[in-house]
Write a protein that binds this ligand. Sequence first.
Ligand code: ATP
Length: 200
Amino acid sequence: MKTGILGGTFDPVHIGHLKVAEEVKKRLGLQNVIFVPAGQPWMKSNKTITPVEQRVEMVRLAIAGHPDFELSLSEVNRPGSTYTVQTIREFRRKFGEGAEIYFIIGRDGLWRLPQWRSVGQLIKLCRIAVVPRPGFSLPDMDAMEKQVPGLSGSVVLLDKPEIDVSATEIRRRVAQGVPWKTMVPAPVAEYIKEHGLYVR
Ligand code: ATP
């Protein structure tokens, strides 16, 4: 079994997430990609985030019709702050030692990886698949390896896709009345409109 895990705040889920999941699945020959929305993300705990039920619903809508994409409520259902290492440990237990698990992140995430909780354990539990992100260069991997021994052996660097979309930009556009609908799947755009999300 070869599986990808895409964790995120998904506030909202957007075409960047879907293209990333599609590309990594294809390139690494994954059987599926599991989307794991964060409950209350510790990295963003000082910001206002859309209620989890709505973020989950948007992911549900976005992946409907993609038979190889799944939704996991693992982090949503865990009380308190959740950390990727706990999530991956759970998947490792579920899928067994033989499974190949790839945690998928954008290059923005790679820069922050050394600060993640128990990153040394995380990279033993899974490999980290890193996709490009416009505006983010690759960090110096030798320096990263010094901070987190074993990291460079765990990381798989992909050179595609390059999608210039972020949830921050979508929220900004909705609030300012600038066109944004092509940045999310159509049912997600409907949901955002219907629920008046991101309108200040
Ligand atoms: P925000 O702008 O609110 O920080 P985001 O667009 O980065 O949100 P998240 O839900 O935080 O979306 O992202 C989940 C994961 O997907 C992260 O690892 C992030 O790096 C990655 N990701 C999101 N958008 C892209 C993109 N356009 N290209 C590559 N990776 C992306």
